[in-house]
Design a protein around this ligand. Structure first.
Ligand SMILES: [Zn+2]
Length: 140
């Protein structure tokens, strides 16, 4: 049994996925749905309330904003010139919390996939989503 369509069907689905006002999270959700993956959203019973949870694959997906989660080396992660220390403290707290949540999840045997917002921009999202499916289906 397989969860994945043939590639040509998948790319057909893609044309319907990206419309106006699609947030990064919705892009990923629609793609997984189109490829018949079953998932839950924001599972409160798991550390960090992962954005997307695929129980069958014991995988938690986090879709992170590059600014709020401090995506190192990313052009979308630019600390404002005013109140710089305040922003740094805030983002460092978010990062520390992410690391803590990931550790808890790993201890419980969960696989974690982080997708950054910049990886879902127009010129990159298709590669990102295809890699995600490959990653999900790979034997761990
Ligand atoms: Zn980024």
């Amino acid at each position: 049994m397989t969860d994945v369509h043939e590639p040509e069907i998948r790319s057909y689905n893609m044309s319907q996925i990206k419309g106006k006002d699609t947030t990064p999270e919705i892009i990923v959700r629609k793609y997984l749905h189109a490829n018949r993956f079953r998932f839950r959203l924001h599972s409160k019973d798991l550390p960090g309330k992962p954005d997307i949870v695929l129980r069958k694959y014991k995988t938690a997906i986090f879709i992170h904003g590059c600014f709020w989660h401090g995506h190192e080396g990313c052009k979308y992660f630019v600390i404002p010139k005013t109140r710089t220390q305040w922003w740094l403290d805030k983002i460092n707290r978010n990062r520390a919390k992410d690391i803590e949540n990931f550790q808890h999840l790993k201890k419980r045997g969960w696989r974690i996939i982080t997708i950054w917002e910049c990886e879902l921009k127009k010129e990159r999202y298709l590669n990102t989503l295809e890699a995600l499916i490959e990653n999900l289906l790979a034997k761990s």
